[in-house]
Design a protein. Sequence first.
Length: 97
Amino acid sequence: MRSDTVAVVYLQKAKDARRVYATVVYSKTNCDGFKEEGVTFPSFEKQKMLLEEFYEECGVSPAELSYIEAHGTGTPAGDPVEVKSIDHAVCSKRKTP
């Protein structure tokens, strides 16, 4: 079933907040647009590397995760690469699903 969503994350300094709903522990990005296919084609290696570096740098083991919110572009190029990178970087280090 096709679906769409809109999400908004409002970031504010904790000292200015009326109520803190969550805390951003760590953030990281990468870009691999310098390739023949262009920026719109995902790279398994870059996505896998980003996930591995992210969890190592923020001190969270992938084995501790209970939920992953994926990008889920719904494209034949994007989704398989994203799932494969999560499988290799996160699932392969877990003892349970």
